[in-house]
Design a protein around this ligand. Sequence first.
Ligand SMILES: Cc1ncc(COP(=O)(O)O)c(C=O)c1O
Length: 454
Amino acid sequence: MMKLNTSLQSLSHSKCCTLAGSLNGRRSKPSRISCAIAAPPAEEVKMRVKRNENFGKLQAGYLFPEIARRRRAHQEKHPDAKIISLGIGDTTEPIPKSIAEAMQQAAAGMATLEGYSGYGAEQGKGELREALCQRFYSHVGRKPNEIFVSDGSKCDIGRLQMMFGADTTVAVQDPSYPVYVDSSVIMGMTGEYDEGSKGFGKLQYMVCRPENDFFPDLSKVQATDLIFFCNPNNPTGAAATRKQLEELVAFARKNGAILVYDAAYAIYIADSDLPQTIFEIPGAEECAMETCSFSKYAGFTGVRLGWTVVPEQLKFADGSPVIADFNRIMTTIFNGASVIAQAGGLAALQDEGFREMSDLVAFYRENAAILRKTFVDLGFSVYGGENAPYIWVGFPGKPSWDVFAEILEKCNIVTTPGSGFGPAGEGFVRASAFGHREDILEAVERFKKEFGKQ
Ligand SMILES: Cc1ncc(COP(=O)(O)O)c(C=O)c1O
């Protein structure tokens, strides 16, 4: 047996399993146990690969895994508790019928000679780029070739960072969607984390609080190369006015900065006076790129489909077009979005699909209105929830993680602590409207019961 073990160690995984399956001369089903026999080599491996030191600067892992950890701990402590999540902004309702059917057909087609397709264009199907342009951008002068279809907006935010070097300077809204900060940290753009200010030394935090109507005082913001701006905002739920966006575009133009405009929730804008895309602002085509997603439009968080618009007029300091480098990124490290997901996206932009998608958005908007009214009636300071699926609730003077813990303990409801989105999020929690209606109504009852008598 000892001898056999030694020889097994030098075999590859598959050979090892197969041999063990015929050990006693009979053909038997290969067993996994044989692989466990192989002991690790006696000598310790000495790695030469250095860790990217920027990873060490990332703070407390990613916000949502930490929330999940605390939720699990609470569930273990209270096994019978029915926890409701208003935490992570993940969709819960089924994908609308005509959109799901288009994906079913595309998937079935892949099993036929006529319907099969392999790699497609890395930039996305021409038909889908045309449809996106027609629905959302042709009225503001954008063209299909400027739209890059992808596997999601988060992935695009990560990928686009590769166009810039570590010496690029960055500004973010504070609070903001964590991916802008974390991807900038990984790229080495932010400098060190400072415990005192709870921020990164080289990052410009554009404070957005009730006092400034959640729009940064740009006179206090130093010029940077990149400006990440999310509108409607995750987490505050604020949607910028035309005048505010004009100010932002003027600021970016004056400083020669690139505005990375995240419009992942644009479809939630109900007020027709508010811009739906940054390209409604004249001059934005020379200073902005916009990323967006089907995730919160059509329940595609699991399907994965998004897009990024890079105008031909957007240039680097040396005059070269940003679109050329973005195209290089997409063709080099991305291989095109799933053809099945793209069939769904295309269906979502046809009249029937668009109607269904709008109904889905309206449903989540109603959830937001229900939550917002509840917090208002309970006397809290409440923001957002009117042009965005997030409600931002103020608990002045209280640390957000304490509020998070109190709500979890008293109501068995998961929220998101505002401080997880940046230093200016302290004292707030975010409630997401992406739940089932019965859960939203149940959550409302629990809030009323626990906070109604204060
Ligand atoms: C502001 C913002 N941008 C982008 C994304 C990511 O979208 P996707 O699912 O397309 O990666 C999210 C998801 O929550 C988001 O809140």
